[in-house]
Write a protein that binds this ligand. Structure first.
Ligand SMILES: Nc1nc2c(c(=O)[nH]1)N[C@H]1C(S)=C(S)[C@@H](COP(=O)(O)OP(=O)(O)OC[C@H]3O[C@@H](n4cnc5c(=O)[nH]c(N)nc54)[C@H](O)[C@@H]3O)O[C@H]1N2
Ligand SMILES: Nc1nc2c(c(=O)[nH]1)N[C@H]1C(S)=C(S)[C@@H](COP(=O)(O)OP(=O)(O)OC[C@H]3O[C@@H](n4cnc5c(=O)[nH]c(N)nc54)[C@H](O)[C@@H]3O)O[C@H]1N2
Ligand code: SF4
Ligand SMILES: [Mo]
Length: 763
């Protein structure tokens, strides 16, 4: 019997709508589902799903380590779920009892490159219910800079380009043709209709080949380029002055000596309120201008955007300028010629791109890991957000829109942690505005805690997927740290080098063997309106179980069942979708999903302000200033030139693999059997390297081997490597990178722009 079951591929963020074809209980193939908002086509990974599901390398029973951690062979022994849970519950409870529940860390792989999205909320909720403020997650190098850090500017994420209506699309360090198929298709349609495309990427990859302007930026100089483009928009008057004046905090006055916002407290005389101040150009005097006291909706035609003013304060005359002047002054350092020196983008192209941004109508943008994996990622993201703010298209038709999402209950459970526990989040004290706010910690902070006991010792780790030895910097030290853990549980479909240090491995069912709720498919209002409960198309193989099942069962056995609907997963999902008015039974009976009648409303800030402390889009970030960071973007900390390592190393994703996964799938592996490093033909020739030859990439930290792949689009001083390989002894990219070189605000690693050299491998 053949069944054709609609669902979606959960393997990456694209969540492509698909049909699973099941014959006599066996998953035979996965096909596109064109009527689904993300279902036009599938990539080679999605199509290879049956190979993933039935891979001989799947773990199909819980495993217990029998050899010491020093041993290369863990001596895995199959055990029952009951035995596994008994060991885990005893260890976790004992650790929490003796050292506090913060001594148990949790971990989760990335929802953007795996199907863990099915269980992401529950895993985080389990950590919080247990009392652990620490969940290791890749966010700082992944989604923090598009989903969370933009809060400091927009009071929200970057939103989603409304591609159907965009006139000009700006892709910055984002290659959707590889990483988000459904977005790439929307962009391709927009281009067909005549939309302009600007791509900022050191490589001419994917859609960059169709760009009107492809800006081959020098790696990790994106922030400077954004400032240079902003300088063009500001100095030519090519920005939405009305929007900036009325809806950003640009008119606020900033004291030049302290760089604090001027408030009524600074003035002589008694003011009834503590309020911010601006300069009224018509009256030539300072005026109270503070959204907190209800004035933010008024049109503020007379407020000065530019200028420097001498203000009488209680500490004498203080020179002030508007926040916009402060930002404009920062930008003005990056004249086209100076920016060309710094970013490698020709001065004329900077001017042309600025003109295109100004002249083409509705502008939208998307940026992802090309800008996130930098040691100044937060200020870089701010600089790009502020450049975008100048266009005035945030939440406007054809711009970056906050589509109306299906209303679902937030069951992430941060409130289950006491304030005192939350304050113990590793890294939060050092980086109060970073991912620690969400209870997410870096592996660097975890290892410091495990090895040095700083600020306290972590003894146990329960990780749902993830392979930090391959995906975070400095694998050698990481391996040592993992050895020192008292107890490590890893839940996965496959073993990997990180899991090899585990005490217990739990077998996870693949996305085709478990249900998954997806409320909103992101890329358009139509896609966001769809709520779909993907059904399991075959039963879990062997003893494997879904991550959600593991979480709910573990919670029950840890005595935390009351936070997990006493183990009833349907009841949990029902609670989640309750605000939508849907029921789980209805979703189960409609596997193709239910489309809610949601409508986009634009420029919502006009009713409610932006969700920032000032209720305005924040050109000046008081939160940054009071935490010791620059309130408008400023840059330093470029990697110094190094004669021994004259090249700049970047990495990127390839369509056949997610991160360190999928090499075991033979149809995918055939297409790309070995790691590749892209290099310009000139740079290769200078080193006597031929196309497809084996080379060594070395940094001051270590070396890897890979095949050279000529790429004429690369600058001569840039090489672009794959990462995530551990097969065949090629060496681990993570060992090339320093773990301590990270963004002081968010802890993003310098995964772009590491100084390196490339030589022929003498085999
Ligand atoms: N040099 C360099 N390093 C990078 C990046 C880069 O561009 N360059 N990118 C970074 C980014 S963006 C990210 S998100 C991180 C990703 O880092 P990780 O989260 O470590 O991702 P993966 O290497 O994909 O490891 C995924 C593991 O989870 C398992 N897994 C997959 N699906 C499931 C599931 O549903 N349940 C469970 N329990 N396990 C599952 C897989 O089998 C695999 O073992 O890597 C980062 N590292
Ligand atoms: N096939 C596949 N798809 C995936 C994933 C995967 O591993 N494989 N992972 C998923 C995940 S977790 C994520 S986070 C997304 C990420 O999706 P993307 O961010 O699109 O992924 P990348 O290819 O790492 O980076 C995008 C581009 O940034 C460029 N880049 C490198 N350095 C710089 C720089 O300094 N400046 C600029 N401007 N650009 C630079 C690279 O050349 C690359 O073309 O993809 C998701 N989808
Ligand atoms: S792009 Fe590929 S892996 Fe990602 S959801 Fe679509 S089919 Fe699955
Ligand atoms: Mo990611």
């Amino acid at each position: 019997m053949e069944e054709r079951i609609p669902g979606y591929c959960a393997l990456c963020i694209s969540r492509c709508g698909c049909i699973s074809v099941v014959k006599d209980g066996v998953l035979e193939s996965v096909e596109p589902l064109p009527e689904h908002p993300t279902g036009k086509s599938l990539c080679i990974k999605g199509k290879a799903a049956p190979e993933l599901v039935y891979s001989q390398e799947r773990i199909l029973t819980p495993l217990k380590r029998t050899n010491p951690k020093e041993s290369i062979n863990p001596g895995w022994q199959a055990i029952s779920w009951d035995e596994a849970f008994d060991i885990i519950v005893e260890k976790l409870q004992q650790t929490a009892k003796t050292l506090g529940s913060e001594a148990v860390a949790f971990g989760v792989t990335t929802p953007s490159g795996t199907g863990i999205s099915d269980s992401f909320v529950w895993i985080n909720r389990l950590a919080h219910a247990f009392g652990s403020p620490n969940t290791v997650f890749a966010t700082e190098n992944c989604n923090w800079h598009k989903d969370f850090a933009p809060n400091y500017t927009f009071g929200n994420s970057i939103g989603m380009p409304e591609y159907e209506k965009s006139d000009c699309i700006l892709l910055w360090g984002f290659n959707p043709a590889t990483s988000w198929l459904a977005q790439a298709e929307s962009i391709a349609r927009a281009l067909k209709r005549g939309a302009k495309l600007i791509v900022v990427d050191p490589r001419q990859a994917g859609l960059a080949q169709r760009a009107d302007e492809w800006l081959r930026v020098r790696p990790a100089t994106d922030g400077l380029l954004a400032m240079a483009l902003a300088h063009q928009l500001i100095s030519n008057g090519w920005f939405d002055e009305q929007f900036i004046r009325n809806w950003s905090n640009a008119p606020l006055l900033v004291c030049e000596d302290t760089e604090a916002l001027l408030t009524t407290d600074d003035l002589e005389g008694d003011y009834a309120v503590h309020a911010y101040l601006a300069w009224d150009a018509a009256q030539q005097k300072i005026v109270i201008y503070d959204p907190q006291i209800g004035q933010y909706q008024a049109e503020q035609r007379d407020l000065a955007l530019f200028g420097r003013f001498e203000i009488e304060t209680d500490r004498g005359v203080v020179s002030c300028k508007t926040a916009f002047q402060l930002y404009a002054d920062e930008c003005s350092q990056y004249t086209p010629n100076r920016a060309e020196e710094l970013t490698d983008i020709p001065a004329q192209q900077i001017k042309d791109t600025a003109r295109l941004l100004h002249e083409s109508g509705a502008v939208s943008y998307f940026t992802w890991t090309g800008t996130a994996q930098q040691s100044q990622a937060t200020q870089t993201g701010r600089a790009i957000s502020l450049l975008y703010a100048l266009t005035g298209y945030i939440d406007a038709p054809g711009g970056n829109v906050y589509f109306t999402k299906p209303p679902v209950a937030n069951l992430f459970g941060l409130e289950l942690l006491t304030e005192a526990q939350r304050a113990k989040t590793l890294g939060l004290q050092e980086r109060p505005l970073g991912p620690g706010m969400m209870g997410w910690v870096t592996s660097y902070d975890l290892y410091k805690s495990v090895v040095d006991g700083v600020p306290y010792r972590t003894k146990a780790w329960v990780s749902f997927g993830g392979n930090s030895l391959l995906t975070k910097p400095n694998a050698d030290d990481a391996g040592e740290a993992l050895k020192q853990l008292d107890f490590y549980v890893h839940a996965d479909m496959f073993l990997n080098p990180t899991a090899n240090y585990a005490d217990i491995v739990l077998p996870v069912a693949s996305p085709w063997e478990r249900p998954g709720l997806y409320p909103g498919f992101q890329i358009s209002q139509q896609a966001e309106s769809l709520v779909q409960l993907r059904s399991a198309v075959i039963p879990p193989l062997g003893e494997s179980r879904s991550d959600s099942w593991i979480v709910f069962e573990l919670a029950k056995r840890l005595g935390l069942g009351q936070h997990f609907f006493d183990g009833d997963m349907d009841a949990a999902l029902q609670q989640m979708i309750k605000p939508t008015g849907l029921t789980i039974d209805e979703l189960k009976s409609k596997p193709e999903g239910v489309s809610l009648p949601l409508k986009t409303s634009y420029r919502k800030y006009q009713q409610q302000g932006f969700a920032t402390p000032s209720k305005k889009l924040e050109i000046f970030s008081e939160r940054f200033r009071s935490s010791g960071y620059a309130p408008v973007p400023r840059f330093d900390n470029q990697a110094p030139d190094n004669r021994d390592y004259p090249l700049r190393l970047i990495s990127a994703k390839w369509v056949g693999y997610c991160h360190s996964q999928h090499r075991q799938i033979s149809s995918l592996r055939r297409r790309m059997p070995e790691p590749l490093v892209e290099i310009s033909p000139q740079t290769a020739a200078a080193r006597d390297i031929k196309d497809n030859e084996w080379i060594v990439v070395e940094t001051s930290r270590g070396a890897i081997q890979a095949r050279a792949k000529f790429n004429k689009s690369l600058a001569d001083d840039v090489v672009c490597s794959q990462y995530g390989w551990w097969q065949d002894g090629c060496g681990n990219y993570s060992n090339l990178i320093s773990e301590s070189d990270f963004d002081p605000i968010s802890s993003s690693n310098r995964l772009r722009d590491c100084r390196c050299n490339v030589v022929r491998l003498n085999k």
